[in-house]
Design a protein around this ligand. Structure first.
Ligand SMILES: [Fe+2]
Ligand SMILES: [Fe+2]
Length: 479
């Protein structure tokens, strides 16, 4: 008797197995399977909300995303200022969508909290819980974002953190809960993999990061480990600033225009070539607009999963092969990203995928600028950083013996990066070792002007740049 409605539900939901890039919410006045019987003692079975996480929705807004294993019909966030004691007197309704992997249907709820300026101020703290009257989460807290007193936000940057061997997780949790991290960018490769065991590893991973992600925005970028069924888990489990498809997006935070893009569209072309074009055209438009807005938002920081340059000893993309992301489609060089980023004066590029840390000297078109003066003061080309050693079951990657001249610092320690943009001219990046919480590398990127790399920059590159030929490491056997 009880099986019938569930079967009915699964038949109706079958179409949701694979991501097609469109977010479909359940109708507000839908009748869930358990409501087909007008019996007050009959209800949804798995009602407890879990895997709660925040993401950025505006200067004064947050998305709250969570999961239930049954359709509980309602998705509510209740919240209140910490100064109001235990009163969670405010509430906002969310919407529910779902996806299916194997035999498991997952219901994802999304709600947007907007803190209007009449009653709320940057820096205020709030307590919140999510769910419905059928089941509530624990109570978490968030803070109306406010730049630190000496400028900017503390932003964690890392990639490649799994459910097993998540070596940086304790440090990330501690830093978030102590107020040392204001926002996280996890630049691809989650859980290893979110879809493993019909998504049970993904569930474990989101439970694991909840201790950080329920407190500060946890911003996603797709990696190769998310590719299953056209990035279905990635698409459904994360919420980008506009609430839609998280494959590429951008937003302004204080003095920085952040751009997250997918390197994976160049590799998983079985899901359609048109995505490469769509993303490239969006990036062109987005970066042009951001470049024209430097007076308001001077810095542009872009991030994608697979790096354009690296010196790892794993026979992987950027060591052994020319980077398709950098140079575009074979033959035609269409949709090449390095030139686009250079043309729009992107300041900093952030990558992961290699399970190590590497800081590069300013580089463009395989030409590296190391001086004569400090290469990080008004560099004539973008600076690249690769930080994919947060910790996963694949451990860390070693390096080739003789790094290319673009390699300024490299380490195979587990750890995360911390970015702080203090003002229009000064940005600091630190790499922190998870085992000791010590800083193993730190640079200041100083820019007295932002915008296109100009004639003077090209002259400096021509005069002092070092071109790295493809044959540079031909003798290294890095299979
Ligand atoms: Fe990875
Ligand atoms: Fe990867």
């Amino acid at each position: 008797m009880r099986r019938l409605p569930l079967l009915l539900l699964w038949t109706t939901l079958a179409a949701a197995a694979v991501n097609d890039g469109i977010r479909r919410y359940l109708e507000k006045d839908r009748i869930p399977h358990w409501a087909l019987r007008s019996d007050p003692n009959w209800g949804p079975v798995h009602v407890q909300p879990e895997q709660v996480h925040l993401s950025w929705a505006g200067p004064n807004a947050f998305w709250v995303t969570w999961l239930t294993f049954d359709d509980v019909r309602e998705a509510v966030v209740q919240y209140g200022k910490t100064t109001e004691g235990r009163n969670l007197g405010r509430s906002v309704n969310g919407k529910m969508s779902y996806f299916k992997d194997g035999d498991t249907v997952r219901f994802i709820s999304r709600a947007k909290i907007v803190l209007d300026d009449d009653e709320n101020e940057p820096g205020d703290f709030y307590r919140y819980r999510v769910g419905s009257n059928r089941g509530w989460s624990s109570i978490y807290e968030f803070r109306y974002m406010k730049p630190r007193e000496d400028g900017g936000y503390e932003i964690a940057f890392y990639g490649d953190m799994g459910n097993e061997n998540a070596r940086s997780m304790g440090m990330i949790q501690r830093m978030v809960q102590d107020g040392d991290i204001d926002l996280v960018h996890h630049v691809g490769d989650y859980g290893y993999d979110l879809n493993t065991d019909n998504g049970r590893v993904g569930d474990e991973f989101f439970r694991q990061i909840e201790s950080a992600a329920a407190y500060v925005p946890y911003q996603p970028t797709p990696g190769n480990h998310e590719n299953a069924n056209n990035f279905t888990h990635y698409f459904h489990r994360f919420t980008p600033p506009n609430g839609g498809d998280p494959i590429f997006y951008s937003y302004d935070l204080d003095k920085v225009h952040f751009v997250s893009f997918s390197t994976e569209v160049y590799f998983y072309t079985d899901y359609g070539f048109e995505l490469i074009k769509r993303q490239f055209e969006w990036l062109e438009k987005d970066l042009k607009a951001a470049n024209a807005n430097r007076k308001e938002v001077p810095w542009i920081v872009a991030m994608g999963h697979r790096p354009m340059y690296c010196s790892d000893f794993d026979g992987d993309d950027c060591t052994k092969y020319e980077s398709i992301i950098r140079t575009g489609m074979p033959g035609t060089h269409a949709y090449a990203l390095e030139k686009l980023f250079y043309d729009e004066g992107v300041d900093l590029l952030f990558f992961a995928h290699e399970h190590s840390y590497e800081r590069l000297y300013p580089v463009f078109n395989r030409t590296v600028y190391t001086g004569p003066n400090s290469p990080y003061i008004d560099p004539p080309a973008p600076v690249h950083i690769v930080s994919g050693s947060a910790g996963c079951r694949e451990n860390v990657d070693p390096f080739i013996e003789k790094p290319e001249p673009w390699s300024a610092f490299r380490s195979s320690n587990y750890g995360i990066g911390m970015l702080r943009v203090f003002n229009a001219t000064h940005l600091r990046y630190k790499q922190i070792v998870a085992a000791t919480e010590s800083v193993e590398d730190e640079i200041w990127l100083v820019k007295t002007k932002h915008g296109n790399y100009g004639k003077n920059d090209r002259r400096r590159m021509e005069k002092h740049g070092i071109y790295v030929p493809y044959s540079f490491n031909a003798s290294e056997d890095n299979d």
